[in-house]
Design a protein around this ligand. Structure first.
Ligand code: HEC
Length: 131
């Protein structure tokens, strides 16, 4: 009887964890980043530069068109997100800049690897992935 109870408790805990795990955790963006103005003008030159950097640094996980279906995505625990979705695109430029710069968990930190201008170019490119 005791073992049965233990079994059900275990199953319930596992179910709760699976449900929570499926929900993307919201990012906590510091206020100074949230409202940060994108200093790089939107346009072909910027999104072209961003695309090159994206292909080299981000595509393996995020996929060619940002759907979260890169070749490495299968081996990740967390879904990298879908850049074509309104939920993603409704974030501010500063939010995307912060997420890319600081990373979290399996999302690498690009601070020190890419310049701020590089990251802004990638932000401008990520905007073109909207469906
Ligand atoms: C090794 C795989 C990997 C690489 C490479 C990678 N990412 Fe990510 N990225 C992730 C994962 C996994 C998440 C989800 C992390 C989380 O929610 O904790 C994520 C999340 C993000 C988010 C937030 C998504 C959202 O829904 O708000 C942005 C923005 C982002 N990545 C941009 C980039 C950019 C730009 C690059 C390249 C410069 C990059 N990533 C490279 C794995 C990767």
């Amino acid at each position: 009887m005791k073992r049965l109870k233990l079994f059900f408790t275990g199953a319930a805990v596992m179910l709760i964890c699976a449900t929570l795990g499926a929900q993307p955790k919201p990012w906590v963006i510091p206020a100074n980043f949230k409202t940060m103005k994108n200093p790089v003008a939107v346009g072909d030159a910027s999104s072209k530069a961003g695309q090159l950097l994206y292909t080299k640094n981000c595509m393996s996980c995020h996929g060619k068109t940002g759907l979260g279906d890169g070749v490495k995505a299968r081996s990740l625990k967390d879904f990298p997100g879908d850049f074509s979705k309104a939920d993603f695109q409704k974030q501010s430029d500063g939010d995307l800049f912060y997420e890319t710069k600081t990373g979290r968990g399996e999302m690498p930190k690009y601070e020190g690897k890419l310049t701020d201008d590089d990251i802004w170019n990638i932000v401008n490119y990520m905007r073109t992935l909207k469906k």
